[in-house]
Ligand binder design. Structure first.
Ligand SMILES: CC(C)(COP(=O)(O)OP(=O)(O)OC[C@H]1O[C@@H](n2cnc3c(N)ncnc32)[C@H](O)[C@@H]1OP(=O)(O)O)[C@@H](O)C(=O)NCCC(=O)NCCS
Length: 184
């Protein structure tokens, strides 16, 4: 595919009021509610860039740096940072606004990898490239390229470890860990 689209053409903002049914037993908003909104906006940005059906291939670690309260307005901002052949990294920033205090706090930032899929063959399909019009877009593309590379290396190393790991030896190496071996 030789088509290219600007970053801005698929950038998106989603706002949602945190209603009481979103809360957990502690009265805060469930992390899963925020994750679901993040998946929704990641899909929208990726589908908008590729103009194709997409699936979530992976989600980077999500660290919640601030809790979200019922009654707050959550804002999610998503942007396609990087594209490969069929995959797109969508960067998502989440903020939560307390109306009474007038405070806008950063909740988390994460990266979703979405893959465009042909709905008939169910195989990954090529997506348009990105037109990078600003320095920040170039920087995000470069960081996305490295994240993709590091994640692939991690996946390969972990797969190799699965094949080679000697559980008996590793069981003996658990001294000092927070567990008790109570095998029958
Ligand atoms: C994601 C999926 C399409 C990848 O299929 P695959 O056979 O591994 O395809 P490929 O090896 O050709 O990889 C396709 C692209 O996905 C990327 N990819 C594959 N697995 C990935 C992973 N775990 N994390 C990030 N990217 C991944 C590859 O890097 C490649 O990117 P590129 O084309 O830009 O270079 C496939 O694993 C899948 O359908 N998973 C289920 C997704 C889903 O249903 N999500 C919702 C869960 S409810």
């Amino acid at each position: 595919m030789t088509e290219f689209r600007t970053v801005k053409s698929s950038q998106i903002i989603l706002k949602e009021l945190m209603i009481p049914s979103y809360s957990n037993f502690g009265g805060k908003v469930h992390g899963g509610i925020i994750l679901s909104l993040m998946d929704k906006i990641a899909y929208t940005a990726a589908a908008s860039h590729s103009r194709n059906y997409c699936v979530t291939a992976s989600v980077d670690s999500v660290n919640f740096v601030n809790s979200v309260e019922v009654g707050e307005l959550v804002t999610l901002m998503a942007s396609v940072n990087y594209v490969g052949r069929s995959s797109m990294e969508v960067g998502i920033k989440v903020y939560s606004e307390d109306f009474k205090l007038g405070v806008n706090k950063h909740t988390n930032t994460s990266y979703f990898t979405m893959v465009a899929i042909d709905e008939d063959t169910r195989q990954p399909v090529a997506v348009p490239g990105l037109i990078l019009e600003e320095d920040i877009e170039v920087r995000r593309f470069i960081w996305g390229k490295f994240r993709k590379q590091f994640k692939a290396e991690y996946r390969h190393k972990f797969q190799a470890l699965h094949q080679d790991l000697d559980i008996a030896t590793e069981t003996g190496n658990l001294t000092g860990e927070n567990c008790q071996i109570a095998l029958p």
